[in-house]
Design a protein around this ligand. Structure first.
Ligand code: GLA
Length: 389
């Protein structure tokens, strides 16, 4: 699959730019085992990069321009690195413009490049195709022009460009997972300090299956930024009440409960979800280490309930997909994954039962919503890198 993608993008580059590309970069999408909507709340997350990629065929050029060809859309876009960069009408171009802008803001001198790119990460499915584009582009410029950026810098540049050029006030999880991914490892990331450690992504006789609702979200119009505003209000009220508290990490359920009246019902439920979810990630890492997959699965279900009922970022279709597997003994856990309002559920499923499960749920889903379910049996893969055949 990877080879096919590389071949396809190489051919597209040749067609566009009349020469073979000098470099190929691959930048992966991500899954998240647990720890949802807590990256921007100083929590922990447990993501991993997956074997679905944005592939970039790249060559230096001498005219100072970034010439882009989006093969999947059959669209081109060019901009001059020396110009004052502003968001464009072509949404996808903003992933590149934002990164270029951030690199310039850091006083780094990047020059021109020709790029053709294509992706096997489904868009709007909660697998962070946008972070993969941002990080892949930053990584490519850094490698080609020796900008001296660390992996952390690349992730932060990707995140910042999402804030400023795309308008989504995202956390750091997606970009971090895309850049720091490692084969067969999940990343436990402390989103407060950006300290991280790898844990084995070996689920023995179980595997991860994503069920794509095909309900496309865009966090620009979803409630993503609203949630951020709500928890910001929440933490401000909690800090007033508990002067020692700096972040959600310093709180627990009881403390949030005590302030319920001041928070009001909605913000109370948002804050309650956050403190519970932060704790669940720690419990999940312990379960993973003990190979207690049943325990891990229960935590995933608990996360889903919280996301659906208290944080309110799920949707009817995703709730249906999670409910459809709850009573199935071949599934240990399932939950909505990513920003929400559509996208995929992530399921921990007995390997030899995965095909039957997918067939059953696809049938039920089609009957209920008349939507053709897509399923991905993902593998945990390495992060953004230069491809060498
Ligand atoms: C999106 C954002 C991430 C994170 C998740 C929810 O994917 O880009 O930063 O907040 O939603 O966990």
């Amino acid at each position: 699959m990877k080879k096919k993608l590389v071949k396809h993008v190489t051919a597209s580059f040749k067609e566009q730019f009349n020469a073979a590309p000098e470099y190929i970069f691959l930048s992966p999408g991500r899954i998240n085992i647990i720890g949802e909507h807590v990256d921007y709340n100083d929590g922990f997350v447990l993501p991993a990069a997956i074997n679905k990629y944005v592939c970039f065929a790249v060559s230096k050029n001498s005219d100072g321009k970034v010439n882009l060809f989006a093969k999947d859309l059959n669209e081109s876009y060019s901009f001059d690195m020396d110009n004052n960069l502003k968001p464009a009408d072509q949404m996808w171009a903003n992933f590149f413009l934002g990164v270029a802008h951030e690199i310039k803001q850091r006083g780094l001198a990047s020059k021109g490049v020709n790029i053709a790119f294509s992706s096997t990460i489904p868009m709007g499915a909660g697998l962070s195709s946008s972070a993969a584009v941002e990080c892949g582009f930053a990584y490519a410029l850094n490698s080609i022009y020796n900008l001296g950026l660390s992996k952390e810098d690349i992730a932060l540049i990707g995140q910042k460009s999402e804030h400023t050029f795309v308008g989504v006030n995202c956390g750091i999880m997606d970009q971090f997972a895309s850049v720091f991914g490692k084969k067969s490892k999940v990343i436990k990331l402390d989103c407060n300090t950006l300290e991280y450690e790898y844990h084995k992504a070996d689920f023995k006789e179980y595997m991860l299956v994503l069920l794509d609702s095909k309900v496309k979200h865009t966090h620009l119009t979803s409630g993503y930024n609203d949630r951020r505003n709500e928890v910001e209000k929440g933490i401000a009220i909690l800090k007033q009440h508990y002067p020692g508290v700096k972040t959600f990490r310093d709180l627990n359920e009881d403390k949030v409960h005590t302030v319920k009246d001041q928070l009001g019902d909605v913000i109370y439920r948002r804050c309650l979800f956050v403190v519970r979810e932060i704790q669940r990630v720690l419990d999940a890492v312990a379960a993973l280490e003990k190979q207690d997959f049943a325990g891990l699965g229960q935590l995933m279900y608990a996360t889903h309930n919280g996301l659906s009922k208290n944080y309110e970022v799920s949707c009817e279709e995703i709730d249906f997909l999670v409910d459809a597997v709850r009573a199935d003994e071949t599934v240990l856990g399932a939950r909505m994954m990513g920003g929400g309002f559509g996208g995929c559920s992530i399921n921990l499923v007995k390997k030899d039962a995965a095909d039957a499960l997918i067939a059953r749920v696809a049938k039920e889903y089609k009957e209920k919503f008349n939507i053709k379910l897509e399923a991905y049996k993902v593998k945990v893969a390495k992060g953004t890198s230069l491809y060498t055949s």
